[in-house]
Design a protein around this ligand. Structure first.
Ligand code: HEM
Length: 291
């Protein structure tokens, strides 16, 4: 039986390395994918395949597509689609780094690394702004229902959207706490969602049940930092790309001209979509692919 990659459903992740790859040597792809299956460990890795990679052969994954840039009222959300995405996670950053080295030995030079983002758990699951992230995530069986594609033929798969955001922390920290709470729509002090938040508040823009159809997703984001830069590596799994796109469009003001409060202090740098294949037993199941 094919099941979802188990770490997708696990809420706790203390440290994670996120890597994005481009294919550079097509002639070694089949051998590389065979080694990839042997290297995959359901306890520390999640892997996703981009549409451009699967377009190289006749693998048809229903619902998979490349990310596109989306134009909002004041700005455009960028798209930087690539071929492969990998998340290696664990409690010890050194162990994660060593596992990443093992992965790189297998994936390169067939693939080259476009970007490696180091994510970490901040204050038990908060964004660097101090707000709890993930409160409204579905749990237990509901999480699996939200994250699994119902498409026949690819049971156990999940669709993944990744968007790297960069914060202007100096600006955010300069704002009065009431204004910060209004941008998010929750109080930082007690994480309560307050009714009088403005329509631009992030939680009002993205309220999952307020979309038609409802737009539920499973968020597994982590803060990142690199020298002076920092932000949130936004990661969400769903049964299609509809929830991510519906929410992002509303955040960009495409529906009513109102932008999400997040843009006051943060902006997306890159966006990509991936198909996360299922596992059969503990092994990654790539039987849907025809390389
Ligand atoms: C800078 C980037 C972002 C930050 C710092 C951020 C932070 C937060 C915070 C603090 C919450 C409230 C607590 C919670 O329910 O998790 C939240 C909720 C949420 N966010 Fe974000 N978020 C970001 C980007 C995004 C993006 C790009 C999307 C989707 C396109 C998104 C979708 C959601 C959803 C669906 C909720 C739950 C809304 C609800 O049903 O109440 N977020 N986010």
């Amino acid at each position: 039986m094919s099941l979802i990659q188990p770490l997708i459903l696990k809420a706790e992740q203390s440290h994670a390395s996120f890597l994005r790859f481009s294919l550079v040597e097509q002639q070694s792809l089949a051998a590389c994918l065979a080694s990839l299956v042997d290297t995959y460990n359901a306890d520390d890795s999640v892997i996703g395949f981009g549409a451009p990679l699967l377009a190289l052969n006749s693998s048809k994954i229903p619902g998979l597509k490349s990310a596109i840039s989306i134009e909002g009222v004041k700005r455009t959300s960028p798209a930087n689609q690539d071929d492969l995405w990998l998340r290696v996670s664990g409690s010890d950053p050194g162990e994660v780094m060593l596992r990443v080295q093992e992965w790189l030995a297998v994936l390169c030079p067939t693939f080259s690394v476009n970007e490696q983002v180091e994510g970490f758990c901040h204050r038990g699951g908060k964004d660097l702004t101090g707000y709890e992230d993930g409160t409204e995530n579905p749990e237990d069986n509901a999480a699996a229902v939200v994250a699994l594609t119902g498409e026949p033929g690819v049971e156990g798969s999940s669709m993944l959207a990744v968007q790297k955001w960069q914060h202007q922390m100096k600006h955010f920290n300069s704002l009065p706490s009431k204004q910060q709470d209004d941008l998010i729509g929750r109080r930082k002090s007690d994480n309560v969602e307050f009714a009088e938040s403005p329509p631009s508040a992030h939680t009002r823009r993205t309220a999952q049940e307020s979309f038609s159809p409802e737009a539920f997703m499973l968020r597994r984001s982590l803060p990142w930092v690199k020298q002076q830069d920092c932000g949130l590596n936004f990661v969400c799994f769903a049964n299609s790309f509809y929830p991510f796109e519906a929410q992002l469009k509303r955040m960009l003001g495409c529906e009513d001209g109102i932008e999400d409060g997040l843009f006051e202090f943060s902006r997306p740098l890159s966006t990509a979509y991936y198909w996360c294949p299922p596992v059969a037993g503990a092994k990654l199941d790539l039987s849907y692919l025809q390389f």
